[in-house]
Write a protein that binds this ligand. Structure first.
Ligand SMILES: Nc1ncnc2c1ncn2[C@@H]1O[C@H](COP(=O)(O)OP(=O)(O)O)[C@@H](O)[C@H]1O
Ligand SMILES: [Mg+2]
Length: 366
């Protein structure tokens, strides 16, 4: 028997790693039943013996949809569950990355002239898979909206257990999206097959963790790097994954990503031919960006400066939290060169984004 998730949670609280939160602990009760069910029944039901097994839960539910505001601990709880889920046939993936994978698999399948491309793609995903955990389910793309219904139907039919986090109730997914009526069956499927659970935790823990922490480090050097390393480790718990964003058919890679947070260097984001569409995609995918190594900008770095302005505008409009290291204070970053006058606005935004309350209420806006 594995250890109960509540006990693991309590240990982390006792160790001072987490603050006790009744709503989080309550959410663990359902996750724990799912964990116990997996312990008894770790193989996919779609095996030959499928019909001899009881349905996973008396309710016929096949997983959990955990939703709530940002920073409430959804990803943390799901990760805790995932880490202790007693099956080797498990996979945790960012929803956005998963859908990109699905779209390219569909593309390949269609080329073979198969009639229903979703079928082989879903079978491929479900093969040897018992548990699929998605972080941050959200649907904004019409191509995704039009296929998720049938895709999930097939995953459920194959006996895959699905646990997902989301900032929205299922009813609010793909809100105001094109052809939304065609999307409604997916909402019904989610509500039928998943336990929809709201995480109404006490506070935005991400914001709390940052409250009072320095978020702009200058000058550059070993000290700034060390400080940023420490903040990043605290926020991610030392975990990272690669997130690929698809922008107009191109791929923009965020090599260091975790749970709505990304870490990149100034040169990664402003030293390459990226534009507003790329930055908007970034803003859509993260709530917090760690941007390292902003250099002093001058006329010789005109293009970099221009991109930097665009990036900061996008982050600002999207209420993304920014943690940065820079050679200079915001006001002294770009003193000469075309557009240095307009840079004043960027500097002022950089200042404002250092404020303690910055980034709050992002949920209401998105
Ligand atoms: N009870 C808690 N006490 C302290 N920190 C917490 C607690 N719950 C979550 N956190 C931390 O707060 C941050 C945000 O949590 P996260 O799970 O990413 O939120 P969400 O996915 O809901 O946006 C993470 O760094 C996480 O480890
Ligand atoms: Mg999250």
């Amino acid at each position: 028997m594995g250890q109960h998730l509540q006990a693991i949670y309590d240990t982390r609280v006792a160790e001072g790693l987490l603050r006790p939160d009744p709503a989080q602990r309550a959410a663990l009760v359902r996750l724990e039943s799912l964990r116990e069910m997996l312990e008894v029944n770790p193989k996919p039901r779609a095996s030959l013996l499928a019909r001899f097994f009881k349905p996973p839960e008396p309710t016929g539910k096949q997983g959990i949809y955990l939703w709530g505001g940002v920073g409430r601990g959804k990803s943390m709880l799901m990760d805790l569950f995932f880490q202790h889920a007693p099956t080797p046939q498990k996979r945790r993936v960012h929803f956005h990355a998963f859908m990109q994978e699905v779209q390219s698999a569909l593309h390949v399948a269609r080329k073979t002239g198969v009639e229903d491309a979703i079928k082989p793609v879903a079978e491929g995903i479900a093969r040897n898979l018992r548990l699929l955990c998605f972080d941050e389910m959200q649907i904004t793309d019409i191509a995704d909206a039009m296929i998720v219904g049938r895709l999930f139907e097939k995953l459920f039919a194959a006996g895959v257990i699905i646990v997902t986090t989301s900032n929205r109730h299922p009813k609010d997914l793909y809100k105001d999206g094109l052809n939304r009526q065609l999307f409604l069956p997916f909402i019904k499927l989610i509500e039928d097959r998943l336990e929809v659970d709201q995480l109404d935790a006490m506070t935005d823990y991400r914001q709390d963790r940052l409250a009072g922490t320095q978020v702009y480090f200058t000058p550059l050097g070993a000290e700034a790097t060390r400080a940023i390393d420490a903040v990043w480790r605290d926020l991610t718990g030392g975990q990272e994954e690669v997130l690929c964003l698809e922008v107009k058919g191109r791929e923009v890679k965020l090599p260091r990503y975790w749970a709505g947070m990304a870490r990149a260097s100034f040169w990664d984001l402003c030293g390459q031919p990226l534009g507003p569409a790329d930055y908007l995609a970034l803003v859509g995918a993260v709530k917090l960006l760690v941007l390292e190594g902003i250099p002093r900008l001058d006329a010789t770095k005109f293009n970099e400066a221009k991109r930097f302005v665009t990036l900061i505008d996008a982050l600002y409009e999207g209420h993304v939290r920014l943690i940065a290291s820079a050679e200079e204070t915001p006001e002294r970053l770009y003193l000469e060169g075309a557009g240095s006058f307009e840079f004043e606005r960027t500097a002022s935004r950089l200042r404002e984004m250092q404020g303690a309350a910055w980034g709050e209420g992002r949920d209401a806006l998105s």
